[in-house]
Design a protein around this ligand. Structure first.
Ligand SMILES: NC(=O)c1ccc[n+]([C@@H]2O[C@H](COP(=O)([O-])OP(=O)(O)OC[C@H]3O[C@@H](n4cnc5c(N)ncnc54)[C@H](OP(=O)(O)O)[C@@H]3O)[C@@H](O)[C@H]2O)c1
Length: 272
C-alpha cells in the first residue's frame, strides 16, 4: 500500500509538477494562540480592544495601534498586561506605512496575525465636503488595509511560515447605498479574494469579517443597555465579544483552510 502511494505521488509530481504534504496538528481549544504575535490596527476601543483583551487572556502578545497617546495609555491601563504593546500611528499617514510597519515588526519580532480593524464612519449628516468625506473614509477603511496587507505579503512571507491577515469589513458591504462607508467596505471582499489568489501559495491566509451592528463607540450603543434591534432577524445587535471570539477561532490552528472569504456575523441582517 505504501509503495503504491509512493508511486502515485511520483506520477502526480511528474504529471502536475508538485506535491503538497499535510500535517494536521490541531491543538484543542485556543491552546494554539499561546505565544502568537498579533497586531491590531485601531485597538484603543470597541472591537479592536476586545479582541486584544481576549488574545492576551489566551497567552498571545498583542500590539495595538491608535491615533492618540492618551487612548493608547487608557487601553493599556484597561488590559493591564505586559503582553500588550502599543504604537502611535495615524493611518492617514499612509505614505509612511513602510516605516511604521518596520517599527512594529521590530517591537513584536514577528507577526503571526495582522488584523486590519481601524475604521471610520461617513459623516454624511453633517453635509461636509463630500470629496473630503470620501478620501477620509477610503484612506482608513480600504487604502491602509490594502497597503498593510501588501507590505505583509512582500516582507513577511517566507518558506514554511504562515501569516494570517483578517480585515474587518461590515455587513454594510452588502447593503447598497450612496455612502462611501458601504462602498469602502465592499471593496474589502474583492481585495481579500485578490490577495488570496495571488499569495495563498506563499503562505498568506487572508479573510474578512463583516459584523452587523455592534455595541461600540462607533454606534453609540452600550452592551449593557437594551440590545433590541427591529430590523434584525435575531432582533438584537451584537456585542464586541462575539466578534472577538470568531476572530480568535480563525487565528487558531483550527482554521487553516478558510481563504479569501468574507464571513458575515450579523444575526442574519444582511440576508436579502
Ligand atoms: N460597531 C459596529 O457596529 C461595526 C459594524 C461593522 C463593522 N465595524 C467595523 O469594525 C471596526 C472597528 O470599529 P468599532 O466599532 O470597534 O469602532 P471604534 O470603537 O470607534 O474603534 C475604531 C478604532 O479605529 C481607530 N482609528 C480610527 N481612525 C484611525 C486612524 N486615522 N488611524 C488609526 N486608527 C484609527 C480608533 O483609534 P483612535 O480613535 O484611538 O485613533 C479606534 O481604535 C471598524 O473597521 C468598523 O468599520 C463596526
Amino acid at each position: 500500500m505504501r509503495l503504491f502511494k509512493y508511486f502515485r505521488n511520483i506520477i502526480k509530481f511528474v504529471k502536475f509538477g508538485g506535491i503538497t504534504t499535510l500535517e494536521i496538528t490541531q491543538k484543542t481549544g485556543y491552546e494554539s494562540l499561546k505565544g502568537l504575535k498579533i497586531v491590531i490596527t485601531g485597538g484603543t476601543s470597541g472591537i479592536g480592544l476586545t479582541v486584544a483583551k481576549r488574545f492576551i487572556e489566551e497567552g498571545a502578545t498583542v500590539l495595538i495601534t491608535g491615533r492618540s497617546e492618551q487612548k493608547l495609555s487608557e487601553a493599556k491601563a484597561k488590559i493591564d498586561s505586559s503582553n500588550l504593546l502599543t504604537y502611535l500611528w495615524d493611518l492617514n499617514d499612509y505614505n509612511q506605512y513602510n516605516n511604521h510597519l518596520k517599527i512594529i515588526l521590530q517591537k513584536t519580532s514577528k507577526i503571526d496575525v495582522f488584523i486590519n480593524n481601524a475604521g471610520i464612519l461617513t459623516n454624511l449628516n453633517e453635509k461636509n465636503n463630500q470629496l473630503e468625506d470620501w478620501n477620509a473614509i477610503f484612506n482608513i477603511n480600504l487604502k491602509s488595509m490594502y497597503f498593510n496587507t501588501l507590505w505583509i505579503c512582500e516582507n513577511l512571507l517566507t518558506k514554511n511560515s504562515i501569516v494570517k491577515v483578517i480585515n474587518i469589513s461590515s455587513m454594510s458591504e452588502a447593503i447598497y447605498e450612496v455612502d462611501p462607508y458601504n462602498i469602502s467596505k465592499s471593496g474589502i471582499s474583492s481585495m481579500v479574494k485578490g490577495f488570496a489568489k495571488e499569495y495563498a501559495a506563499k503562505g498568506l491566509i487572508v479573510n474578512a469579517i463583516a459584523p452587523g451592528v455592534v455595541a461600540t463607540k462607533m454606534t453609540n450603543l452600550e452592551s449593557q443597555t437594551n440590545a433590541y434591534r427591529e430590523n434584525n432577524p435575531s432582533k438584537r445587535n451584537a456585542v464586541p465579544e462575539e466578534i472577538a471570539e470568531f476572530i480568535l477561532f480563525i487565528s487558531s490552528s483550527s482554521c487553516y483552510y478558510l481563504q479569501g472569504q468574507t464571513i458575515f456575523i450579523d444575526g442574519g441582517e444582511s440576508i436579502r
